[in-house]
Design a binder for this molecule. Structure first.
Ligand SMILES: C[S@@+](CC[C@H](N)C(=O)[O-])C[C@H]1O[C@@H](n2cnc3c(N)ncnc32)[C@H](O)[C@@H]1O
Length: 255
């Protein structure tokens, strides 16, 4: 099958690790299911995977170029309906067996996964499921080269602490987008730290956890004022952000 695609969605489907994890999770559903929603369907690739396992798929996409691609790509699939809409304004009038929502970003800060799921979850049948199921986030102290918030593609940094899992979200539960925590991170070696690395792991199904991939939650690097550290000491960091409000919402203070 040839896919018409925007450059951004081309990068998304080139990421084979991301795609195969979603393919595997969707393949766990047999062909006896009724309705699935694909929220933020992009090129329509996940709707294409869903098309053999569900009687009906409703695919929503806010971006009009991506919507046009998905509509064309899925034109031959009579069980897929592609709609150009903002999920946050969409009135769900049907109950679904499954919601697939891949609006992921590291720690869910820069994309609308949380507000969208908080709005859409009510359209699930009582036994309905969500892919992905959950995420968990870890933090490490690092020494960064760059002085601004960035993702780790081609960025150089050195890790100075153990990784600490600091939060976990189950997508079946209503989630407060305002996140705040205090982390105590154990330093592994003497040196200078000036940043925090956040890594997000995605649980797509009971037996599928996908670590960061180039297009699925690449680690996020957040700078702070330089600090000398000694091996085995603990550094306390206050971290605050609003999930769905972008990286501008991040506040980080070393105490
Ligand atoms: C990370 S991309 C994933 C695309 C596709 N699901 C995939 O896995 O290849 C997220 C998509 O969600 C769309 N999106 C973001 N916010 C949305 C919203 N509020 N309503 C509908 N679509 C949205 C974006 O335009 C983008 O195409």
């Amino acid at each position: 099958m040839k896919f018409k695609i925007t450059p951004y969605h081309f990068d998304l489907i080139k990421d084979s690790q991301r795609l195969s994890a979603f393919y595997q999770a969707i393949s766990e559903y047999d062909g006896t299911n009724d309705l699935a929603y694909d929220l933020g369907c992009g090129s329509g690739i996940l709707s294409y995977f869903l098309s053999s396992n569900f009687n009906e798929i409703i695919s929503l996409e806010i971006d009009s170029s991506a919507y046009k691609c998905a509509k064309e790509n899925l034109a031959d699939f009579e069980n897929v309906k592609v709609i150009n809409a903002d999920v946050l304004e969409y009135e769900f009038d049907r109950k679904a067996d499954l919601i697939v929502c891949e609006m992921m970003d590291t720690a869910l800060i820069d994309e609308e996964q949380i507000p969208v799921l908080n709005h859409a979850r009510k359209c699930l049948k009582p036994e309905g499921k969500i892919i992905p199921q959950a995420i968990f986030n870890s933090a490490e102290l690092v020494n960064l080269e760059r002085e601004y918030i960035h993702w780790d593609e081609n960025a150089r940094y050195e890790v100075f602490s153990d990784a600490l899992i600091y939060s976990e979200f189950d997508f079946m539960e209503d989630i407060d987008p305002n996140f705040e925590t205090t982390l105590s991170l154990k330093v592994k070696r003497d040196g200078t730290v000036n940043g925090l690395k956040i890594t997000t792991f995605t649980k797509l199904a009971d037996d599928i956890v996908c670590g960061p991939t180039p297009m699925l939650n690449p680690p996020l690097l957040i700078p702070f004022e330089e600090k000398s550290v000694k091996s085995n000491e603990y550094i306390t960091v206050k971290l605050k952000y609003i999930m769905g409000n972008g990286i501008e919402s991040i506040e980080l203070n070393v105490i």
